[in-house]
Design a protein around this ligand. Structure first.
Ligand SMILES: [Zn+2]
Ligand SMILES: [Zn+2]
Length: 436
């Protein structure tokens, strides 16, 4: 009997954490992330006795943010890969630095985590205890992202992490259904972020995006692309490069740092050379002077944060909003209530920053510029998730499926739909324990 305890990431996107326990009590943790709600930012705690390893699917902080907490009093190996560790280091450091929340860990624990990291190649089977093995496979979500196969007491559990079965310009799509290691599993733990939606056809979307940008910049306008610094900024850059956009492209904020890290790990990219060429044509903004220069050119500025909640994009946004010739094109999912979502729904952008009373950070402006949303998601959509489940084979028709990492509607709808089709599917709640 293998025990699975869901410590977070249940009916929510945030603080993903799963505990797997063998019949002899050996334990392994899959992800240990944070969420940005109220005070319960961290996953549930657990007894760390006999913890043999921690495995990380990717660097996004909803999966990695709380990992340092586990290194307060332990020194177990963190199984990961070089690019994931490098980006995690930057993101967690940044999270600690800018947060108002007092995390129960700091840089010391982060350093300890780095010291205890152990790199695994994809498809390399790692033994962590008696009859307890972990294997990672490309998940196609962001550079370095993996899904994890856990083999324990002769049971096979597959945890997708965040997964994309759709090819992007930055990373190869996940295609591991065809690998024989993954067949005849006993349980699947699957993300459900986009279970209720399908993405628009990618090729057309990329073309529309570039055409609109060319149109704006050829008519003396400029385009702001607020994008998440990890992967989405670089994906936007690659799309512009692919469609041979010849104007100026500037990259600012966290996106700069992450872009350079990806350059150091070309093996984690779909096409390292293509990426290198795209970066060569890009100007990295530094300092106030650089920002002003970018603002005054009719080019494209790619800057976090993706939902206009803060980051470098805020330094630019006002000058775009008041300019009818310019545009703001959002390229990532906009959570309900986020400034980006409010802009799309109401045409107004409102920004209140209690820390900075400057008028750059406190305003409500009706957008005169063009604004739109392009769904360049790095997650599988509803149809792809369902296809993913049905392509897998389960041992003895066990068909155990756990739907996690999605809002309550997405996780429960996916699980109840699968349940109607002979799957033993549930959307677990935080703290629930399942034996398989
Ligand atoms: Zn992610
Ligand atoms: Zn995630």
């Amino acid at each position: 009997m293998v025990k699975i305890t869901f410590l977070g990431g249940c009916r929510e996107v945030g603080r993903s954490a799963i505990l797997i326990e063998s019949k002899t009590g050996d334990k392994c943790i899959l992800d240990y992330g944070v969420r940005f709600k109220e005070k319960t930012r961290l996953p549930q705690e657990f007894n760390m006795e006999n913890l043999r390893a921690i495995a990380l699917t990717h660097s996004h902080i909803d999966h990695s943010g709380a990992l340092p907490y586990l290194y307060k009093n332990s020194s177990v190996p963190l199984l990961t890969n070089p690019v994931t560790l490098a980006v995690t280091k930057v993101l967690v450091k940044d999270m600690i630095r800018i947060s108002d929340f007092n995390y129960p860990f700091g840089y010391r624990e982060l350093d300890k985590l780095i010291k205890h990291s152990y790199f695994l190649e994809n498809r390399q089977r790692k033994r962590i205890s008696d009859n307890f093995f972990l294997t990672m496979f490309n998940a196609g979500h962001i550079p370095g992202s993996v899904s994890i196969l856990i083999e324990v007491d002769n049971k096979k559990i597959l945890y997708t992490g965040d997964i994309n079965t759709n090819a992007t310009n930055l990373v190869e799509a996940s295609n591991f259904n065809i690998l024989k290691e993954i067949q005849e599993i006993d349980a699947l733990i699957i993300e459900s972020t986009y279970a209720l939606r399908d993405h628009p056809p990618r090729k057309q979307l990329e073309k529309d995006f570039t055409d609109r940008i060319i149109n704006i910049t050829e008519n003396n306008g400029k385009v702001l692309i607020p994008a998440f610094g990890v992967a989405r900024s670089q994906e936007a850059l690659l799309i512009l490069h692919k469609y041979q956009y010849l104007g100026k492209i500037y990259v600012d904020g966290l996106a700069r740092k992450i872009s350079n890290i990806f350059l150091d790990y070309p093996e984690s990219l779909k096409n390292g050379n293509f990426y290198k060429k795209a970066l060569k044509k890009t100007k990295f903004i530094s300092g106030k002077k650089g920002r002003n220069q970018a603002k005054n050119s009719n080019g494209v500025i790619i800057a976090p944060s993706g939902m206009l909640k803060g980051g470098a994009a805020i330094d630019f946004v006002k000058s775009f909003l008041i300019d009818p010739a310019s545009a703001i094109y959002l390229v990532g999912y906009q959570v309900e209530g986020s400034p980006g979502r409010v802009l799309l729904d109401s045409g107004y952008l409102e920004f209140n920053n209690k820390k900075k009373l400057d008028s750059i950070y406190n305003f409500k402006i009706k957008a005169k510029c063009d604004y739109d949303y392009f769904d360049f998601s790095s997650h599988a959509d509803g149809t792809q998730l369902r296809k993913f489940v049905t392509t897998l084979t389960f041992k003895n028709q066990s068909n155990n499926v756990f739907c996690v990492h999605g809002d309550p509607k997405a996780t429960t709808k996916l699980s109840s739909e699968l349940a109607k089709h002979s799957y033993n599917a549930v959307a677990p709640e935080t703290g629930e324990v399942y034996n398989i």
